[in-house]
Design a protein around this ligand. Structure first.
Ligand SMILES: Cc1ncc(COP(=O)(O)O)c(C=O)c1O
Length: 417
């Protein structure tokens, strides 16, 4: 089998290490299942991203929906990033992580009055809004609070990002964004006296692997920006969202940044606007593994199953998107390989991580690393079947610390009265 490695997760003498720490050592101390992250990897990805776009000096807002543990958000804040939040809860987390309100953008397709009020009280840098009715709500609540709110409109560029339909957000019939005509109407109607409109926003989708959809969409936004200027509306930023794809298979390339920055610079520099990005997956996905242990193996008919101690409650991307996550033993094994379904203990047929995956022979207590689980993993976790959420561990060099402890049985009842 092929083993997936990167700058943070590598095999040394046949054993998987995260930075300078043997993964086995973490399992021995905190048990399994456990999510393990590399802080150095997160910092390297942030710096690779900002360096790639140096030609357009963008402002970067880490999309905290990808991984909202406060220690992870703090890593990006300390590296100089702003934070993109999608709910009052993510705003609370970003503030607790030390993000300054002036570096927080508050997105979301439907914010409640309470969430908007919280954002106004905290004086976030801006709200991104994607419906006229929500713009009106922000205006009303800002008026009541005696404030003027910065608002960017999320438009829908009607571009196919060619990714999984569930993570594609920029086709005209998706729920996201508003049409260009609707945006023009909102920006020119003069009805929203407690709003300062600052920019346009787009987000094409996630796990995008090619430059073309970005360029197609940005060209459309540039035309809209010109038309708005002619109509007397002067916006100061364009937010191009996130979506940059990463490798899930060994050897699969990451998003190739060799062309996009130059092509964007050509279109955007003449517009004299600040460019924003909101990457999530690119910064975090390959900086994490879900470490799990084989509980039992069995065969039903011709099929071999390995039942592991992590489940869809810890990682639901395989069932939600049919997503591929590479799975590999923590100790390299040679010898014969067999096709296994890697399944969890949850009482659902959809509780699987992999189907018919070729792996060396697995047995009780074999430790497996489920790769690329630094993004959209724990944030989508649940307590279904009253399962306990795993701990999260952050490694830097030869040090590691628990950034969230394992849940205990009594935690399950803490909200019940
Ligand atoms: C508005 C918005 N911005 C940014 C992101 C981050 O996307 P990614 O993690 O693919 O970079 C998302 C993800 O869904 C999003 O909805």
């Amino acid at each position: 089998m092929q083993y997936k490695e990167n700058s943070a997760f590598s095999y040394q003498a046949g054993e998987l290490f995260v930075e300078d720490v043997p993964v086995k050592e973490i399992a021995a101390i905190v048990g399994t299942p456990v999510l393990i992250y590399s802080k150095t990897f997160f910092k390297q990805q942030y710096s690779a991203f900002t360096s790639a776009f140096a030609a357009i000096s963008p402002r970067v807002f880490y999309a905290s929906k990808a991984n909202f543990n406060t220690a992870v958000i703090r890593t990006f804040v300390e590296a100089g990033s702003g934070v993109d939040v999608n709910s009052a809860g993510e705003l609370y987390r970003a503030l607790q992580a030390g993000a300054k309100p002036r570096n927080i953008v508050f997105a979301g397709v439907g914010k409640t009055d309470a969430e908007i009020t919280y954002g106004l009280e905290q004086e976030v840098f801006l709200f991104k809004s994607e419906s006229r009715e929500e713009v009106a709500a922000i205006n009303r609540l800002a008026h009541d609070a005696g404030k003027t709110a910065n608002v960017a409109l999320r438009v829908n560029p009607d571009v196919d990002p060619k990714t999984h339909p569930y993570i594609s957000t920029s086709l005209a019939n998706n729920k996201f964004g508003i049409s260009f005509d609707e945006a023009k109407g909102i920006l020119t109607c003069g009805e929203f006296s407690n709003i300062r409109f600052t920019g346009l926003d787009m987000h094409l989708g996630s796990q995008i692997t090619t430059t073309a959809p970005y360029i197609e969409a940005v060209k459309k936004l540039a035309v809209l920006l010109f038309e708005l200027r002619e109509a007397g509306v002067h916006l100061t930023h364009l937010d191009l969202g996130g979506g940059f794809g990463v490798s899930y298979q060994p050897g699969e390339p990451e998003f190739d940044f060799s062309e996009l920055p130059g092509q964007l610079a050509e279109i955007l520099l003449p517009l004299n606007v600040t460019v924003f990005f909101e990457p999530g997956r690119f910064l975090t996905a390959n900086g994490g593994i879900l470490l799990t242990k084989v509980l039992y193996t069995k065969a039903n008919g011709n099929k071999k199953f390995a039942i592991v101690d992590a489940g869809m409650t810890d990682l639901m991307r395989p069932v939600l998107y049919n997503a591929y996550h590479h799975i590999q033993p923590v100790s390299c094994q040679s010898g014969a390989e067999f096709e296994y379904d890697i399944v969890g203990p949850v009482c659902e047929s959809s509780d699987f991580f992999a189907k018919s995956r070729l792996l060396p022979e697995l047995g009780k207590d074999t430790l497996l690393a489920v790769c690329s689980t630094g993004a959209y993993t724990d944030v989508m976790g649940s307590n279904y079947n009253a399962r306990l959420r795993p701990p999260e561990i952050l490694v830097e060099g030869s040090n590691f610390k628990t950034i969230r402890r394992r849940e205990k049985l009594e935690d399950l009842l803490r909200l019940e009265v």
